[in-house]
Design a protein around this ligand. Structure first.
Ligand code: URA
Length: 248
């Protein structure tokens, strides 16, 4: 192509509005600012609608789980979660599915991650002793956690992780249908009770969740670090023992 022809071609492109050579997609520069804003708004609305529809679908799928194995399957198919990528195993729950007591902890630790079972490490051994002290064996209770995967380096679950998993946990409670829920530590207590107070204020008092009697207690991992708080835990365990006697 001759130089003159190249120049006239470039001029023609410029006049047609094609003055940017680096965009991947062609841009319609004849649109008014208002039209472009409308398009951007429409795209955002579409995205929001898609997210709302997705959330609605997830809610419906969770709602449709009729048994623990459906719920376990559903959780195992969640793909978009970073903690799943760093964890070795999913820790769903274990114990007596027809028992009166459901225990909810925070999230699996390293031993739990290795074995895919909740409360099997040092905190789990203390939990067993605590239950034993009020004549309840571990095999009588059902145990799970707020999160089913171990957060890296045992960090605390983030508020958004808790928010995403809460509907699954609520369904878990619904399917176990216990008479008493024991919430171990602040994460489980605030996830279920949705109250401002920390575990120090919440522990030792009965709360209601969907008509279920709920007792928040110190987490056994905390009691391992702060053995002087065990007497408070003992008082809470006696409360649970008394409640059970009255319920049966
Ligand atoms: N701590 C928890 O909260 N859950 C477990 O399963 C183990 C330790």
């Amino acid at each position: 192509m001759e130089k003159d022809q190249k120049i006239s071609l470039l001029e023609w492109h410029l006049e047609a509005g094609a003055y940017s050579l680096i965009d991947e997609k062609p841009q319609d520069l004849t649109l008014s600012d208002l039209t472009s804003q409308n398009i951007a708004q429409n795209q955002q609305d579409e995205k929001n609608t898609t997210n709302a529809t997705k959330a609605q679908n997830t809610k419906q799928v969770i709602e449709n789980c009729n048994n623990l194995s459906d719920l376990k399957n559903l959780i195992s198919r969640i793909e978009t979660f970073n903690i799943k990528k760093t964890a070795k195993n999913m820790v769903f729950g274990s114990g007596n599915e027809n028992g009166d007591i459901m225990v909810i902890g925070e999230a699996p630790g390293s031993e739990e991650d290795d074995l895919g079972m909740p409360f099997v490490g040092a905190a789990g051994k203390l939990l067993d002793k605590m239950l034993h002290s009020i004549e309840i064996s571990r095999s009588e209770v059902y145990v799970t956690n707020v999160l089913p995967w171990r957060p890296p380096a045992n960090r605390k679950p983030t508020p958004s992780e808790i928010e995403v998993f809460l509907p699954y946990l609520l369904k878990h409670i619904d399917l176990i249908d216990p008479k008493i829920v024991i919430l171990l530590g602040g994460t489980a207590a605030s996830a279920i009770l949705n109250l401002e107070e920390g575990i120090t204020k919440l522990r030792g008092k009965w709360h209601k969740f969907n008509k279920i009697d709920v007792m928040p207690m110190y987490h056994p991992a905390y009691l391992l670090r702060q053995p002087s708080q065990k007497k408070q835990a003992w008082a809470d365990l006696l409360e649970i023992k008394n409640k059970l006697i009255n319920l049966i």
